[in-house]
Write a protein that binds this ligand. Structure first.
Ligand SMILES: Nc1nc2c(c(=O)[nH]1)N[C@H]1C(S)=C(S)[C@@H](COP(=O)(O)O)O[C@H]1N2
Ligand SMILES: [Mo]
Length: 325
């Protein structure tokens, strides 16, 4: 018989709560008071506009599966596709994990991506034109949510550096900000006015041009499912999952550090850098271990989610910063 020995990092998952758990009684009370009116108005306004394009074939489907870049190896088994595509965070479609069905309402074409702010020339491009101009490949990456669950998946997509080169930022730009679509006719979560929609987050230009920063357009050898952030989302595997902006419509270049969706909501819990560190606890739970989706085992969390060798040098002169929240 196997003797199960409790290790210090074996915490039950119930000790980690969703990002949304901070919502104060006051804002919830306000929301409930205003809710029925808002929902009714939204339902009427949304009727007839919410149809998805399920019938239309994805114009990029023929590009997959992509050739795997063998540089990116995992230290753990791949997560089952069913888990990665049915246990999701996408607050636009609800604050629970079963948003996959609701997300099917998101229309994916036409989809345009804007490049603006501190760029040589602002422009808006069709997503298929953009994807076809990029060096596509598949990478196996770990993913660590701040809620202490994790997965390991094959993303399809392209290095973010290629996108930054395409956008031509000015030399004075220091940050790139990514923004999710806004359309409360299909995304009922966006009717919750106490969230600062649209979802956004940012990276420094050094982070965005690091070889690990990836714009994912596919998953498991197919175009990206809606619930995972179709048609394009960020993948920065050394950072907590909330930095991984989904369904991006805009890249804005700026010299001012952006305040992200989560930081606006709760600056005491979520910051700009959000690098994974098992030794820095979230104010409400330990970050020492994680549960892999599809398994009950807890495994120890690694500094920079196991990518320290590649990324630690990005943070060398930043000792005074809160790098791990
Ligand atoms: N627009 C948007 N992007 C988002 C989120 C969200 O709620 N809205 N959740 C983030 C969080 S907390 C995580 S862990 C990942 C989850 O990605 P996955 O569902 O593909 O696993 O998406 C991130 N990107
Ligand atoms: Mo997350």
């Amino acid at each position: 018989m196997l003797i199960k020995r409790k290790r210090e990092w074996e915490i039950p998952e119930r000790d980690a709560t969703p990002e949304s758990a901070f919502l104060s009684r006051r804002s919830l009370a306000k929301a409930i008071a205003a809710g029925p009116i808002l929902l009714a108005a939204g339902a009427v306004a949304g009727a007839g506009r919410a149809a998805a394009d399920d019938a239309a074939p994805d114009p990029t489907a023929g590009l997959y599966p992509l050739k795997r870049n063998e540089r990116y190896v995992l230290d753990r088994p791949l997560t089952g596709e069913v888990w990665a595509t049915t246990y999701n965070n996408f607050y636009e479609f609800g604050s629970h994990k079963q948003i996959a069905k609701a997300a099917q309402k998101l229309p994916l074409r036409p989809w345009t991506v804007a490049f603006d702010g501190m760029v040589e020339q602002p422009r808006t491009v069709d997503v298929d034109t953009l994807i076809k101009a990029m060096p596509l490949e598949e990478r196996l990456y770990r993913h660590r949510c701040v809620e202490a669950w994790a997965m390991a998946v094959p993303w399809g997509g392209f290095p973010m550096k290629a996108l930054i080169d395409y956008a031509k930022p000015l030399a004075s730009a220091k940050y790139v900000v990514m923004e999710t679509f806004k359309n409360d006719a299909v995304a009922p979560g966006q009717k919750q006015f106490w969230y600062p929609w649209p979802y956004l987050d940012g990276l420094t230009i050094e982070e965005a041009t690091h070889e690990l920063a990836f714009i994912a357009t596919g998953l498991y050898g197919k175009p990206m499912p809606r619930q995972n952030g179709a048609p394009l989302r960020l993948a920065v595997p050394w950072k907590y999952g909330f930095k991984h902006v989904k369904s991006i419509v805009r890249f804005t270049f700026t010299d001012k550090r952006p305040v992200s969706f989560w930081e606006k909501l709760q600056a005491g819990e979520y910051g700009f850098w959000a690098n994974v560190n098992p030794d820095v606890a979230h104010p409400r739970w330990s970050q020492a271990s994680e549960r892999m989706l599809g398994s009950d085992e807890r495994v120890p969390t690694k500094l920079y989610n196991g990518y320290a060798e590649q990324v630690a040098s990005l943070y060398e002169g930043l000792k005074g910063e809160k790098l791990f929240m």
